[in-house]
Ligand binder design. Structure first.
Ligand SMILES: [Fe+2]
Length: 181
């Protein structure tokens, strides 16, 4: 399975697929991006515990580096109860009081970042991509057309990612398109 994020900057009509360039650009915006590899291969039927175990070394390292204390696994798919209502909480520009830390185990999603002083950036994440959206960063999130993602979340306190909406409506100006960015 290819492991590759795609970054796009609509205002500049620019798309970036080179991992190092993506990492450097996101770093310049204050976001962390890494690629992780499982210690042992994990299948689509792996339990949440098996998923956490496979990435245990990177989880523990990031927890120590950034002070996160907990990790869990979230699976979203068309079978998820109230999937669209759940997604609707995060598809408008918002901030959180804590970092939003997401490692994509499987599936795909798009984080859209509004850095403020530079143009909006879409980051399509898929298997192997770790993204840290720092606290107070303006952003929104959508799934791709298959509506499916398995993600590891690292956090200090589950209440830290309550969305605080900016009501900018910027997500309408820069929509993340389903299967693309
Ligand atoms: Fe968020």
């Amino acid at each position: 399975m290819p492991v590759m994020a795609i970054l796009s900057i609509p205002a500049r009509e620019q798309t970036v697929t080179d991992t190092v360039t993506i990492q450097q650009y996101l770093y310049s915006l204050g976001l962390a991006y890494e690629q992780w590899h499982p210690a042992t291969p994990i299948g689509a039927e792996a339990s949440n515990d098996a998923v956490l175990q496979a990435y245990d070394a990177d989880i523990k390292r990031l927890q120590q580096e950034r002070g996160y204390v907990a990790a869990d696994v979230v699976n979203l798919s068309p079978a998820t109860h109230d999937l669209e209502a759940l997604l609707a909480k995060f598809d408008k520009e918002h901030t959180h009081n804590d970092d939003e830390v997401r490692f994509t185990v499987a599936g795909r999603g798009i984080f859209s970042i509004n850095p403020g002083s530079t143009p909006v950036v879409h980051v399509l994440v898929e298997a192997g991509d770790l993204l840290v959206v720092p606290a107070q960063t303006r952003h929104w999130f959508t799934l791709c057309e298959e509506r499916r993602i398995c993600t590891i979340r690292l956090f200090k306190d589950a209440t830290g990612w309550t969305p605080h909406y900016t009501n900018s409506a910027l997500e309408q100006q820069y929509p993340a398109k389903g299967g693309d960015v």
